[in-house]
Design a protein around this ligand. Structure first.
Ligand code: NAD
Length: 494
């Protein structure tokens, strides 16, 4: 265990009062890695050491799987009401600690505290939602059409699950998988991103406090992601892989899962278009744009990645967006005045800077920001680049930073064609006051989720997920628990 505050050199951080485990979470407790190795977690604002965390090896993964397999049947047989209550109790514990968790997430991830607080609440809601779903797993019984016997359909736990999560929502990307998996009666091993392992370890410890039996949930921070996950995927006992992260890694995991025909849920990259039609309420569109672009400092898979604005309103929309982003205050995420924290890592910051340089080479004009500030911390300013041709190569890439790229269009058809010209299909947004157009465009956009006249779409009660190379499956909503259930047909004679 470590007290994070004592590791930190500055004094302006609100105190994190509860201790956070820094070992691997196996068998319901924090243990060192079998090889004794640790890795450093850094504060992106100061580039200084936040904590040393145990670094799992493949042997640790198999030890976690042995423990999970040993309790899998008991957990599957545990009454749904009991599973539900453990999730409810964890929800209560996390809800009591949202402020502390928000600080912890900001310390690992950099982003501004209000974004972390929003995630702490959103992440906790998956625990409550799936606690409610645990007792509502229904099947059906029907007479066979021939009149010869009955068809009984039931849903059973899929088996031991592996979850691999990214750094950009360190709590919610975990609870969105763990809560439905456990509600459905599965055991789960989680491999969090090495940039942000502490949040997931704090969550595991809250589950234990809420009475989750040891072995049902394990957390394996590691710098050997491929080796650790391969050791698990190559084991027949793992029946399901749930991944949130980049499309190239998702593709590789689908390939590995194919070897043993394991089920997969894939929440992958995005390249969300944000279309502003001439008939849009421009003030609302700018509000939506700020939310869709700047939530999480742009480090969101649902972030607006390409603004497509009708020629007739482009100048006004761009000027307004520039003014709204100009007042964003960069600084350490945990300082009260900060509205834009640093990016998670040097690599991420350099990628964003490189993207902006290429946008300029493609004809873009920097209207705001666009330069890496001097000094420590992985900062990148709020940036607006307009004049970018809608078909420029860079518009196919996910930015993952506070950079708004603006192109223009003339006809509705051009906007839809440009919006769909990507291998991704996660989120899409548009603003219009014409109801016919709203329905028509929403149906034509190739995206798993469409925001109409709103810039934030995530909701625990809605199915989250993408089409095309943005992924497979849905998380949250009524659909979410079915990712962790398998359908059994029992043919009843008589
Ligand atoms: P990433 O793919 O690099 O890493 C995600 C996770 O996979 C991390 O835990 C990492 O350690 C692990 N990983 C990396 N290589 C691996 C390998 N070969 N085998 C097994 N595990 C491996 O992605 P990231 O940079 O952490 O996250 C950003 C990406 O995640 C973006 O593309 C973003 O769009 C996507 N994302 C998608 C959603 C969604 O719901 N669709 C949500 C959040 C983030």
């Amino acid at each position: 265990m470590t007290s994070l505050v004592s590791h930190h050199p500055t004094t302006s951080i609100p105190s994190v009062t509860s201790d956070v485990p820094t070992g691997l979470w196996i068998g319901g407790r924090s243990v060192p890695a079998s090889g004794g190795k640790t890795f450093n977690v850094l504060d992106p604002a100061t580039e200084t050491l936040l904590a040393r965390v145990a670094d799992a090896a493949p042997a640790d993964a198999l030890s976690a799987l042995d423990k999970a397999a040993a309790v899998a049947d008991d957990w599957a047989a545990t009454a749904p009401r009991v599973r539900s209550e453990i999730l409810q109790d964890t929800f209560r514990l996390i809800s009591e600690r949202v402020d502390e968790l928000a600080v912890l997430m900001t310390m690992e991830l950099g982003r501004a505290l209000p974004d972390s607080l929003a995630e702490a609440r959103y992440g906790a809601e998956f625990l409550r939602w799936f606690a409610e779903e645990a007792v509502r797993i229904e099947g059906r019984i029907t007479k066979s059409p021939s009149g010869n016997g009955r068809i009984l359909v039931s849903h059973q736990p899929v088996g031991a699950c592996l979850a691999i999560t990214p750094w950009n929502f360190p709590l919610a990307m975990g609870t969105r998988k763990i809560a439905p998996a456990l509600a459905a009666g599965n055991v789960m091993i989680v491999k969090p991103a090495s940039e942000t392992p502490l949040t997931m370890l704090a969550l595991a410890s809250a589950f234990a406090e809420a009475g989750l039996p040891p072995g049902v949930l394990s957390v394996l921070p590691t710098t050997s992601a491929q080796e650790v996950s391969s050791a698990l995927i190559e084991d027949e006992r793992i029946r399901k892989i749930s991944f949130t992260g980049s499309t190239p890694v998702g593709r590789a995991l689908i390939g590995q899962a194919a070897e043993r025909v394991q089920r997969t849920s894939m929440e992958l990259g995005g390249n969300a278009p944000f279309i502003v039609f001439a008939d849009a309420d421009l003030d609302a569109a700018v509000d939506g744009a700020v939310a869709a672009k700047m939530r999480n400092g742009g480090e969101a898979c649902t972030a607006a990645n390409r603004f497509l604005v009708h020629d007739s309103v482009a100048a006004e929309f761009t000027d307004e967006l520039v003014e709204r982003l100009r007042v964003m205050r960069s600084g350490p995420g945990y300082e009260a005045t900060t509205t834009l924290g640093p990016l998670v890592s040097r690599i991420q910051r350099d990628n964003v800077a490189d993207f902006v340089n290429r946008a300029v080479n493609a004809g873009g004009r920097v209207r705001l920001g666009g330069e890496v500030p001097k000094g420590i911390g992985y900062y990148y300013p709020a940036t607006v680049v307009d004049n970018v041709p809608a078909d420029a190569d860079i518009t196919r890439e996910e930015i993952f930073g506070p950079v708004a790229v603006i192109s223009t269009f003339d006809t509705e058809e051009q906007a839809i064609t440009a919006a769909n010209a990507t291998e991704y299909g996660l989120a899409a947004y548009f603003f219009s006051r014409d109801l016919d157009r709203c329905m028509r465009v929403a149906e034509k956009l190739d995206a798993g989720m469409v925001g109409v006249n709103r810039g934030v779409i995530s909701d625990v009660a809605a199915p989250f997920g993408g089409v095309k190379q943005s992924g497979l499956g849905r998380e949250g909503g009524r659909e979410g628990i079915h990712e962790y259930l398998t359908t059994k047909y029992i043919a009843l004679g008589g």
